[in-house]
Design a protein around this ligand. Structure first.
Ligand SMILES: Cc1ncc(COP(=O)(O)O)c(C=O)c1O
Length: 323
C-alpha cells in the first residue's frame, strides 16, 4: 500500500494498531531520525526508546516489553541482515521494520515481521512516496487519499527536481530557484493529515530500473570503502554479517566531531554535499545514550547512489584523504 511519506505510513499504521490491535506503546531505536519521532507523537501512542545503533547488531537490550507493545526495527543504512527475533522478544510484540535504506534487501524480501515500511524518496528520484506491507499477511487498512497540502508540497519538490536537472546541465544560472522550492516542499511533505501518494509518483515508480541502480550503489560503495581504507582518522561502516547487502551510502566515521565538521565544510566548499543521518542535537525523546550522540557528531553519509560513478567515488575519497 502506498503513502505520501514513511511518516504517513507509520502514523496510519499506529492509528490502526491502537484502535484495532490495542497497541499502546511503540519502542523506537535510540539512534533514529528525530523528525520522524516527533511526527509519530501526534498519533497519541506512547513512545519509548530502546538502545540501538548502526555499529552493532540488534539486541533490544534495555527494553522491558508489555502487552500492547509494538517495536520499530531499522535496517540502518542497508548494512544489517535479518535479525532472529525468537531469542529477543516475546511473541506478543508487533514488529514493524523500516527498510527505507534498502527496500530491496534479502531481509526486506524475506521478512517475517508483522509490518514493513520504506520511504521511497531516499533511494529513488521521486518527490514523495512510501510503501507499507505486511509480510505475514495482516489485513491492510484502506489507502488514504492524497491531501491538498501534500499535492502542493510534492509539486514544489517536483518543480525543484526539474529545475535542478536544468541547472546541472548548465541551462539555469541561479540555484536559488530550486533551493527555495525544495526547502519549502520538504518542510510541508509530511505535515497535516495522513496522506496518500501523488499520481505522478505512483506512475514514476513503475518506470525505474531499480535492480540496475541498486547494483551501482553497491559497486560505488565498494569503491568508496576501499579508497577510504587506510586513512587513520576515518573508517567506513561495513555491512554486518549478511547476504546480498547493498549499503545506502558511505557512512564515514571520523575520530572526532571537530574533524568531521572540518571535513564536511571542506567538501561543501568543493560542492560535495554529505549529510548527517541523523542530527541528535535536539532530542524528541529522552533516553538517548551519549554514545548515540557521539556517533551522530562524528559521522557523515556520503552519497553513492546511481547518480555517481566510480570516478566520483575515487574523487570524494581523495578529497577526504587530502584534507
Ligand atoms: C530510516 C528512515 N525511516 C523513515 C524516514 C522518514 O521518511 P519520510 O520522509 O518518507 O517520512 C527516514 C527519512 O529520513 C529514514 O531515513
Amino acid at each position: 500500500m502506498l503513502f505520501g511519506t514513511a511518516r504517513d505510513a507509520l502514523r496510519g499504521l499506529l492509528a490502526d494498531g491502537s484502535t484495532r490491535r490495542c497497541w499502546r506503546r511503540l519502542w523506537i531505536p535510540s539512534y533514529f531520525c528525530q523528525d520522524v519521532v516527533a511526527s509519530l507523537r501526534s498519533t497519541g501512542i506512547v513512545l519509548v526508546t530502546y538502545t540501538d545503533d548502526p555499529e552493532n547488531p540488534l539486541t533490544v537490550g534495555n527494553a522491558r516489553f508489555l502487552p500492547g507493545d509494538a517495536l520499530l526495527v531499522v535496517n540502518y543504512f542497508g548494512l544489517r541482515g535479518m535479525p532472529s527475533y525468537d531469542r529477543l522478544l516475546p511473541d506478543t510484540v508487533a514488529i514493524i521494520e523500516d527498510h527505507t535504506h534498502d527496500p530491496w534487501s534479502v531481509w526486506a524480501i524475506n521478512s517475517e515481521a508483522d509490518w514493513c515500511v520504506a520511504s521511497l524518496r531516499k533511494t529513488l528520484p521521486v518527490p514523495d512516496g512510501a510503501v507499507l506491507w505486511s509480510p505475514v499477511g495482516h489485513p491492510l487498512f484502506s489507502e488514504p487519499a492524497l491531501t491538498v497540502d501534500r499535492r502542493a508540497a510534492s509539486l514544489e519538490k517536483l518543480a525543484a527536481m526539474a529545475l535542478k536537472a536544468l541547472y546541472l546541465e548548465g541551462l539555469l544560472g541561479d540555484k536559488e530557484f530550486f533551493r527555495r522550492l525544495a526547502i519549502s516542499g520538504e518542510g510541508r511533505i509530511a505535515s497535516g493529515d495522513v496522506s496518500g501518494i501523488t499520481e505522478w509518483t505512483r506512475a514514476l515508480l513503475r518506470t525505474f530500473p531499480t535492480g540496475t541502480w541498486r547494483e551501482r550503489r553497491r559497486e560505488n560503495h565498494r569503491v568508496l570503502l576501499s579508497a577510504i581504507g587506510g586513512i587513520p582518522w576515518a573508517t567506513v561502516l561495513r555491512p554486518q554479517d549478511a547476504v546480498d547487502v547493498c549499503p545506502f551510502s558511505g557512512i564515514v566515521l571520523f575520530d572526532s566531531a571537530e574533524r568531521r565538521d572540518h571535513v564536511r565544510e571542506c567538501l561543501m566548499a568543493s560542492r560535495v554535499y554529505p549529510t548527517i543521518l541523523w542530527p541528535l542535537e535536539s532530542l524528541a525523546l529522552p533516553g538517548i545514550p551519549p554514545e548515540n550522540v557521539d556517533f551522530s557528531r562524528r559521522m557523515l553519509s556520503i552519497h553513492c547512489d546511481m547518480r555517481y560513478s566510480r570516478a566520483d567515488m575515487l574523487r570524494v575519497a581523495e578529497m577526504i584523504r587530502l584534507i
